[in-house]
Design a binder for this molecule. Structure first.
Ligand SMILES: [Zn+2]
Length: 369
């Protein structure tokens, strides 16, 4: 599709936002010209192409506003661009990467739809009940697990929103805060100002927070502080990039150098999430104008919860291997009617909400229980 000549990047962002896009990917070719792709419901689509003159003008304007050098980049750059879209300032994260054949620029459109209540995420009732039980714990870690783009952040914000209405003191430490919730103190990492993660955590240890959301555990320092606080009596919600719940425990062991039993002692539960595209209702997945001939519109989450009960904790202390731990987790799920990711997805296929093809795309063949 040919992009409209002389338009600016704000117009492109406005159109993408109207389509429900979460990201834009611009590729500016060394030989001239630029392609724009949009990510909708987790899948990229080709959107438009621009000639060199338009590409240069659009990119230079955006880069100048975001504080990125307009000449050729030598190293990756991450900045915020704050354009005015429909009368409102919007914060867009820009990641610009030099490539051998041009320049790749990813724009992360911030979702400003507020925070959905926990019971409106589309969670299966048994999982919802189990997750609420975890959120009612007085202390310990609740870890949200999944790859990039699996909706972990939306889930943990919904979880935090569920707690925030209660008589508990709730704070978050993030880089940067992604949503603002009423009654919650959102603290931002600001390395230039010296407000680094360790500085925040140190003050948290002295503080009086009952519940703390830590954006992501992506390094040793963060993970160590989280375990320390979880053991000292704070309920902590955080995320880890991992493929499944048991792998996430191993990641925490690697990050912290603690023993498995020390990690598990601090952990109340692990919640894996994936997002599946919904079949478009109007066309039953056949493709129509409303869904851009894709057949899907919107997404719904599926979950697999691992609750750390006494049996699981004892098994870890006794040196159980991954296979034995998986057995215990499976027994617990069966006793509480909780599904695996694949079983949760199968329920949605049976209900006609999504299809086998989408399940396979997101979950692969899965593990046979
Ligand atoms: Zn359709």
């Amino acid at each position: 599709m040919e992009g409209q000549p002389h338009e600016n990047l704000e117009a492109v962002v406005t159109r993408a936002t109207a389509l429900g896009a979460s990201d834009l990917l611009l590729f500016h070719y060394l030989g001239g010209g630029m392609t724009v792709r949009v990510k909708i419901d987790g899948v990229w689509r080709q959107a438009s192409e621009y000639g060199e003159a338009d590409a240069k003008r659009m990119l230079n304007r955006m880069k100048t506003a975001a504080g990125i050098a307009t000449g050729g980049l030598l190293t990756p750059v991450d900045k915020d661009w704050k354009p005015t879209i429909a009368g409102h300032e919007q914060v867009i994260r820009v990641a610009a990467h030099p490539a051998a054949n041009g320049e790749k620029i990813a724009l992360r459109l911030q979702w400003d739809g507020g925070t959905l209540p926990l019971d409106q995420l589309g969670m299966n009732p048994a999982n919802l009940y189990e997750y609420e039980q975890l959120l009612a714990e007085p202390n310990g870690l609740i870890a949200h697990i999944g790859p990039v783009g699996s909706g972990k952040t939306v889930l943990q914000y919904a979880g935090l929103g569920h707690i925030a209405g209660t008589e508990k003191s709730v704070s978050t430490i993030e880089d940067p805060p992604e949503r603002i919730l009423p009654g919650v103190a959102h603290m931002a990492i600001n390395i230039d100002a010296g407000a680094t993660f360790p500085v925040w955590m140190k003050s948290m240890l002295r503080g009086s927070d009952d519940v703390l959301l830590v954006g992501e555990m992506r390094d040793s320092e963060t993970a160590l502080s989280v375990l320390q606080l979880a053991k000292a009596g704070t309920l902590i919600l955080s995320t880890i990039h991992a493929n499944d719940n048991l792998t996430a425990i191993e990641r925490l062991v690697e990050f912290t150098g603690h023993s498995r039993s020390s990690v598990v002692e601090a952990t109340r539960g692990l919640v894996s999430q994936r997002l599946l595209r919904r079949l478009h209702k109007d066309c039953n997945g056949n493709g129509c104008e409303g869904c851009g001939q894709i057949g899907y519109a919107g997404r719904i989450p599926v979950h697999e919860i691992l609750t750390v009960n006494a049996q699981f904790e004892r098994a870890v202390t006794d040196g159980a291997n991954t296979y034995q731990l998986r057995e215990i987790a499976t027994e617990y799920r069966a006793a509480h009617n909780l599904p695996t990711l694949l079983q949760d997805a199968q329920r949605l296929v049976d209900e006609g909400i999504t299809d086998e093809k989408e399940t396979r795309r997101v979950l692969g063949r899965g593990r046979v229980e």
